[in-house]
Design a protein around this ligand. Structure first.
Ligand code: PEP
Ligand code: MG
Length: 577
């Protein structure tokens, strides 16, 4: 039995076999070969296999996705038939006497670079396609599996160095029990995904986890940030008991999930969900979410080769709004950058991507991205309760600039006689300390705020949210962060504007009493947390929580704050396991 300590990234416990999520490094090193003809025959055979694979994926996409998505694979097949590309590869093998893998890789890189350099969006997107197809051919040549999860056959605990948002999109979620991640912290996107699915996760456990073999028995305790490799009988029994208790608590909370969550003394609170797609939306409603406090639209932009069109976005947003009827849906405009990359945008590499041209900053520079999204959102909001929200707001200037684009979109839609939600509220995320500092000014400009504690903590504390070494610093329970939250809520209320929170702190039971005491109006969290947080709110007296919040703001560390809440509100300790 071995214990690994990490960061508690998603509450809950799971026990099961490990599955190593290994990204296979494709070895395309240059090697001199003796017989170019043998190498060319290898290439030809690999091209046939790659085409067969693409055919299978194409058919799967046709039935499981849309025709537009499936078309991408037709385009991939055409690349393999491109005489210029194939003859260049063959010539290099013939003339330079180099191995097939290297010839494919270098030639594809060269073709892709030429395409990427073109101004035209369409050709730039083809660069990614060429690399996708070339990597497929190289995988066939090296005889390695199509995806890191090809061997994932039974429900398992995913062990990985780190997972990108695109990796997680590809995962067959029905085969995942939980996550154990070498890097990352509680607000990295793997952690957010795990919470969205209600699966336990521990992040930042360190590279040791990569030495655990697939199928080894593992316990992930996402509440305490502990991973046990090969637990002994007694340990496993204890964890199974805790799993049982927490299941019972969740089942009990679920019984009342559809009821309102007002405090004992009658403070009205809205509990909403953070979602990324229509499946999440349905799951959120089942869990009692009274709306959407954060629709992360970037998931629509991942795992594809070109920007989604206005029409595609309209359909996707409409489907989500439909699930919520007249309940509020806060749609956040694209938040790309930071640790969320979209390869086909070919954005310049930045030294500090979290501090760079992220989210609204990019959208303001790229009306070709921003306007179709805003138009799609405004159109989809007709007959619903749409609210539009901008991420990464740092200044008044950028809010005003964004508002201008919204008004431009509205004017265009009017002129085109296309119906749109003219009355949609416009709000901002407060996730940059400068926005918290000027919250009084910003509150005059917008209809609402939603506090993004994941980023607010990292920027306020100068501690990367994905770096486990500074996880304690980027913890939103830091009194400095809590004080910023108080400033934001007070500033909004002074202007009679409502304030939500969609950062992960909103779903933390130990934060609930403090946030109630600070007067937060809306809590938005991963759907599985909704029932429990609602249950906690119903058991609190808002008036009493005011002095609790005051006390918490005077403490020193996140642990101090959490212990203080446990002491002052003892029933919470019983419901978090
Ligand atoms: C946040 O920063 O708190 C937030 C909700 O946004 P994201 O985690 O998507 O950056
Ligand atoms: Mg954020």
């Amino acid at each position: 039995m071995k214990k690994l300590n990490g960061v508690a990234a998603s509450r809950g416990i799971c026990i099961g076999p490990a599955f190593q999520f290994l990204r296979i490094e494709l070895n395309t090193e240059k090697k001199e070969i003796n017989d170019p003809q043998v190498e060319i025959e290898r290439l030809k055979a690999a091209l046939i296999t790659a085409k067969d694979q693409i055919d299978i994926i194409y058919k799967k996409a046709l039935t499981e996705a849309s025709e537009a998505d499936a078309e991408i694979f037709q385009a991939h097949k055409m690349i393999l038939d491109d005489p210029e590309l194939i003859s260049t590869i063959e010539n290099r093998i013939q003339c330079e006497k180099i191995n097939c893998e290297c010839a494919v890789s270098e030639t594809a890189n060269q073709f892709a670079a030429t395409m990427a350099a073109m101004e035209d969006e369409y050709f730039a997107a083809r660069a990614t396609d060429i690399m996708d197809v070339a990597n497929r051919v190289i995988r066939v040549l090296m005889n390695v599996a199509d995806s890191p999860t090809a061997g994932l056959k039974e429900p398992s605990i995913i062990l990985a160095d780190d997972l990108t948002p695109s990796d997680t999109v590809l995962l067959d979620k029905s085969k995942v029990l939980g996550f154990c991640i070498a890097q990352g912290s509680s607000t990295s996107h793997t952690a957010i995904l795990a919470r969205g699915l209600g699966l336990p996760a521990v992040a930042g456990v360190g590279a040791d986890v990569m030495n655990v073999l697939s199928n080894t028995s593992v316990v992930v305790d996402g509440t305490n940030g502990v991973v046990i490799i090969e637990p002994d009988e007694t340990t496993e029994k204890q964890y199974r008991q805790r799993m049982e208790t927490s299941k019972n608590i969740q089942t009990e909370a679920l019984k009342y999930a559809q009821e309102k969550a007002n405090t004992r003394d009658g403070m009205e609170v809205e509990v909403a969900a953070n979602i990324g797609n229509v499946e999440d939306a349905k799951f959120a409603v089942e869990n009692g979410a009274e709306g959407v406090g954060l629709l992360r639209t970037e998931f629509l932009y991942l795992e594809r080769n070109a920007l989604p069109t206005e029409e595609e976005q309209y359909q996707a947003y409409k489907a989500i709004m439909g699930v919520f009827g007249m309940h509020p849906v806060v749609l956040r405009t694209l938040d790309v950058g930071g640790d969320k990359e979209i390869p086909y945008l070919h954005l310049e590499k930045e030294m500090n991507p979290f501090l760079g041209e992220r989210a609204l900053r990019l959208c303001l520079n790229r009306p070709d991205i921003f306007k179709p999204q805003l138009r799609a959102a405004l159109r989809a909001g007709v007959g619903h309760n749409l609210k539009i929200m901008f991420p990464m707001v740092a200044t008044l200037t950028c809010v005003r600039a964004a508002m201008l684009v919204v008004n431009e979109c509205k004017a265009e839609l009017s002129k085109e006689n296309i119906p749109f939600a003219d009355d949609a509220e416009i709000g901002i995320m407060v996730e940059i300390p400068s926005a918290a500092v000027i919250a009084d000014q910003l509150a005059k400009e917008v209809d609402f705020f939603s506090i993004g504690t994941n980023d607010l903590s990292q920027y306020a504390m100068a501690a990367d949210r994905t770096n486990p070494k500074v996880a304690e610093l980027s913890n939103a329970f830091q009194p400095a962060v809590l004080r910023l939250i108080k400033m934001v809520i007070d500033a909004a209320h002074a202007e009679h504007k409502w304030v939500g929170m969609c950062g992960e702190l909103a779903g933390e039971p130990l934060a609930t009493p403090i946030l109630i005491g600070l007067g937060l109006d809306e809590f938005s969290m991963s759907p599985p947390f909704v029932p429990l947080v609602k249950q906690i709110i119903r058991n609190l007296n808002a008036e009493e929580m005011i002095s609790l919040a005051k006390g918490a703001l005077q403490l020193e560390t996140p642990k101090d704050v959490q212990n203080f809440v446990k002491k002052e509100v003892p029933f919470i300790t019983e419901v978090i396991s």
